[in-house]
Design a binder for this molecule. Structure first.
Ligand code: PHE
Length: 341
């Protein structure tokens, strides 16, 4: 069957030619040669069909159609390949498993700030902010810490060398320093707002401490301030306990030790029970009833209003809740640590 052989030859030559066409122009040349309506070889083959005998006809016709379809399909396939943009993407195998893009997440401390605000918000405290670069007036004087007080020792503070950096707020004077406590914000709020007051402020504070598992030269404090007609120590203790239990999600024992801060009277230091950590108790901050001198300094009448204030280290709460053994994890930027939150 000579005719059948011609079909087969035609088919293999056409497929090879299509495959080796490297550009759209090459492909068009091949198309005209093998499939062209006027002088293409497909037309010649079609002309031969008439020569088949009556018995041969069905078989030959069928084979002719097969070949025609196969070559047309190969032409289309090649056309699609050549029209793909020439880039790395053209070799992309979309059936391969992909690389999952790494999704970032909020830093555990940022999550903690959001939660602290949420919990205190439920107790009716609104959020205020103050500058991290402070003047001595707000960091000390207004907080009843006199000029010669040991707490002002430059060795215990980060004073700024530039004398005239301006404070974020009133700029009431004195040398500038990185605030060592968020109690500065108490003053800034009371200077501008008449009582009653119920605010918190969360932010960074700086102290040139020796860095170890529970101390850092930069950490976060949450300052709370509540001023009203009859605010008392019992309310302070209740707010602190409710806050600690809401954040930790279980009962926790707070221990109040008599202490001294120049801006509160009476003053307490607050510890939280923490099994397995340094003798079972960890200090979380200070608190007390706002000292009448401070109230007077901002123009309040200590006979009319009273209030409590507290300042908590935020990291230690977060460490306790997530069982983090070292405060340095927060600033080491180790993705293996961070991705757990
Ligand atoms: N500012 C104090 C500290 O940083 C804590 C404190 C805040 C104490 C408010 C009393 C009242 O140690």
């Amino acid at each position: 069957m000579d005719l059948m052989q011609q079909f087969t030859d035609y088919e293999s030559q056409a497929l090879a030619a299509l495959q080796s066409a490297g550009t759209a122009e090459d492909l068009e040349t091949v198309r005209i040669e093998f499939l062209g309506a006027k002088n293409g070889r497909m037309r010649d083959l079609q002309g031969l069909l008439g020569k088949a005998t009556k018995e041969e006809k069905p078989l030959v016709g069928k084979r002719f159609n097969e070949v025609k379809e196969a070559v047309s399909a190969a032409l289309e396939a090649r056309r699609r390949v050549l029209s793909r943009p020439k880039s790395a993407a053209s070799d992309l195998d979309i059936t391969l498993p992909g690389i999952r893009p790494r999704v970032g997440r909020r830093h555990p401390l940022m999550q903690t700030i959001a939660e602290f605000k949420d919990i205190m918000g439920r107790f009716g405290f609104t959020v205020v902010e103050g500058p991290e670069i402070e003047d001595e007036f707000h960091n000390f004087n207004a907080l009843n810490i006199p000029e010669d007080h040991p707490a002002r020792d430059p060795l215990d503070m980060f004073y700024l060398a530039a004398a005239n950096v301006s404070a974020g707020g009133a700029g009431a004077g004195g040398a500038m320093l990185l605030r060592s406590q968020t109690s500065t914000v108490q003053i800034r709020v009371m200077e501008q707002t008449p009582p009653p007051i119920r605010v918190i402020s969360i932010g960074r504070v700086y102290r040139p401490d020796v860095i170890d598992a529970t101390h850092h030269c930069m950490f976060h404090q949450m300052e709370g301030l509540m001023i009203g007609d009859t605010v008392n120590m019992a309310e302070l203790k209740t707010v602190l306990r409710l806050f600690a239990e809401a954040y930790l999600g279980h009962e926790v024992t707070l221990r109040f030790r008599p202490s001294f801060f120049p801006f509160t009277e009476p003053s307490v230091e607050v510890d939280m029970s923490w099994e397995g950590m340094r003798g079972g108790w960890v200090e979380i901050g200070g608190a007390g009833m706002v000292d009448p001198n401070v109230l007077r300094a901002v123009g309040y009448d200590p006979e009319q209003v009273s209030g409590f204030a507290f300042g908590f280290g935020m990291e230690r709460f977060c460490m306790r809740r997530h069982n983090i053994q070292d405060i340095r994890h927060f600033t080491n930027n180790d993705v293996k640590f961070l991705k757990q939150f």
